[in-house]
Design a protein around this ligand. Structure first.
Ligand SMILES: C[S@@+](CC[C@H](N)C(=O)[O-])C[C@H]1O[C@@H](n2cnc3c(N)ncnc32)[C@H](O)[C@@H]1O
Length: 223
């Protein structure tokens, strides 16, 4: 796996590790639906803010990230809840489209929070979403946050990559796959992922740039 130096930087790891858990995940874990969540997968766990919260709730959480430094930080933080061997098995260095180590219909909850845009290509994005649908149990939930092409993290805009659908240059971390809400729904519905409620579009201004994210919960339909 070619490491992406951006995600290995100690200050970036610290920045993500220091963030509070995702508010939608916190709300889900405080709701009656939490009773049905026994096993969860955190795709692109970064500094482990959501992985740790799931473990603290007694959920068998598995996590993956392509960056060695992010994996090390998530494992380290899990040691408060899990022994070292279990943390090492549960948190793996792998890419978002390499879920072959997990059986079909294995998870009650999959997190794809700010991760799928990091696919290096449209083909990787399509493999990643198909794999997430495969490992999710019927009636399992997918918690999603996904950037749209109206996002520009630095204020310098993004530029479409010719010949590569939905793919843009302009993110410091490398190429990004960016989709609007309707495009996300029309890609996910045919692979069995249905929004529970209409997905929201949230805009925040930060660091001179703008984040426009499609966010919400989807459910895995019958196969
Ligand atoms: C914006 S952060 C994710 C944030 C995290 N989900 C959270 O809510 O805190 C993006 C993460 O994706 C990882 N990443 C980038 N490309 C990846 C890939 N192709 N497969 C798996 N992880 C990847 C990065 O190392 C980084 O930790």
């Amino acid at each position: 796996m070619d490491p992406n130096p951006f995600w290995e930087q100690p200050d970036i790891v610290r920045d993500f590790a220091d963030r509070a858990p995702d508010v939608r995940l916190v709300a889900l874990l405080e709701s009656p639906a939490a009773r049905d969540i026994r096993r969860a997968l955190d795709i692109g766990c970064a500094g482990g803010r959501n992985t740790v919260l799931l473990a603290q709730h007694g959920i068998e959480v598995h996590a993956l990230d392509a960056a060695r430094a992010m994996v090390a930080e998530t494992r380290r933080r899990l040691h408060a809840t899990l022994d070292e061997g279990t943390a090492a098995t549960r948190v793996q260095q792998r890419r978002m489209d390499e879920l072959d180590c997990y059986p079909d219909a294995h998870f009650d909850l999959v997190l794809a929070l700010g991760i799928w845009h990091s696919a290096g290509s449209w083909a990787e994005w399509q493999r990643a979403v198909a794999e997430a649908a495969r490992v999710l149990a019927v009636r399992g939930r997918l918690l999603l946050s996904h950037f749209t092409p109206r996002t520009e993290l630095t204020g310098c805009g993004v530029q479409a990559v010719p010949g590569e659908p939905h793919t843009y240059e302009g993110f410091e971390s490398g190429r990004a796959v960016l989709l609007e809400r309707a495009e996300i729904v029309s890609e996910l519905r045919p692979i069995g992922l249905e929004p529970i409620r209409p997905l929201e579009v949230l805009t925040t201004e930060k660091d001179g740039g703008r984040r426009v994210s499609v966010t919400g919960e989807l459910v895995r339909r019958e196969r």
